[in-house]
Design a protein around this ligand. Structure first.
Ligand code: FPP
Length: 227
């Protein structure tokens, strides 16, 4: 039987701080390890046939963290985008940023937008949620629609005003570190997603952990197929 692979996978990358704490290291060390793991996770998913990956990199709530931690995370995004450019172009991966970019540094916005432009015609998608929150996204979508003169809207109208207007719905959400919440992550897009929670901390999430999540997803879908 042909394998059922989720078309769009969302990752809530949680547990970097705890990963570092367990080793007596500062939180930022965990974020660095977390950033290092992004590339491995993303390539494994694309190798398995996933078309679109959404990563919860920074939420609208994450600004509440100490300034030193926020600026380190922003630096990691910058370094990642710089280093990852070749992988994007070599593998035909489109970069997309979802979130309110206005609060990010000009340096980061410029780099992100240049990579979005450079890769805009590729089919596979890496969607990075930075300064993202679903409630902010939906509120902003409603305001956009009101400003366009609409007095009543359809689901299609709402979808068209989301950051992810050009992406398929999320099929599988994987959250690491044992928390079982969506934490404002693509609520509209995950309306029908299977939700998979693993105790593994993000920096430790391995290819075999992902395969396990995909097998679980496949078993869920096989069951529905029989109904
Ligand atoms: C959650 O761990 C992680 C974040 C809020 C930041 C996510 C950032 C990365 C994985 C690194 C960079 C990403 C890219 C795309 C290069 P936490 O700090 O909430 O961990 P804790 O719950 O154990 O404290």
């Amino acid at each position: 039987m042909e394998k059922i692979i989720p078309r769009h996978v969302g990752f809530i990358m949680d547990g970097n701080g705890r990963w570092a704490k367990k080793r007596g290291m500062p939180r930022n060390f965990g974020h660095k390890k977390g950033a290092d793991n992004v590339e491995k996770v993303v390539s494994h998913c694309f190798e398995k046939g996933v078309e679109c990956i959404s990563l919860y990199a920074f939420s609208t709530e994450n600004w509440g963290r100490p300034e030193e931690e926020v600026s380190k995370i922003m630096e990691l995004f910058y370094d990642f985008l710089l280093k990852y450019t070749k992988t994007l172009t070599d593998n035909g991966i489109r970069l997309k940023i979802s979130g309110d970019k206005t609060k990010l540094s000009k340096k980061l916005i410029d780099l992100a937008e240049s990579r979005e432009e450079l890769t805009k015609n590729y089919k596979k998608v890496l969607n990075l949620a930075i300064n993202y929150g679903s409630r902010q996204e939906l509120t902003s979508a409603v305001n956009t629609l009101i400003a366009s003169g609409k007095t009543s809207v359809t689901e299609e109208d709402v979808k068209s005003a989301l950051y992810t207007f050009d992406l398929p719905d999320i099929d599988l959400v994987i959250r690491t570190s044992g928390e079982s919440r969506l934490s404002n992550f693509f609520l509209w897009q995950s309306a029908y997603a299977e939700l998979y929670f693993t105790p593994v901390l993000w920096p430790d999430l391995s290819s075999s952990d992902i395969d396990e999540a995909f097998s679980w997803y496949e078993s869920r879908n096989r069951r529905f197929g029989k109904l």
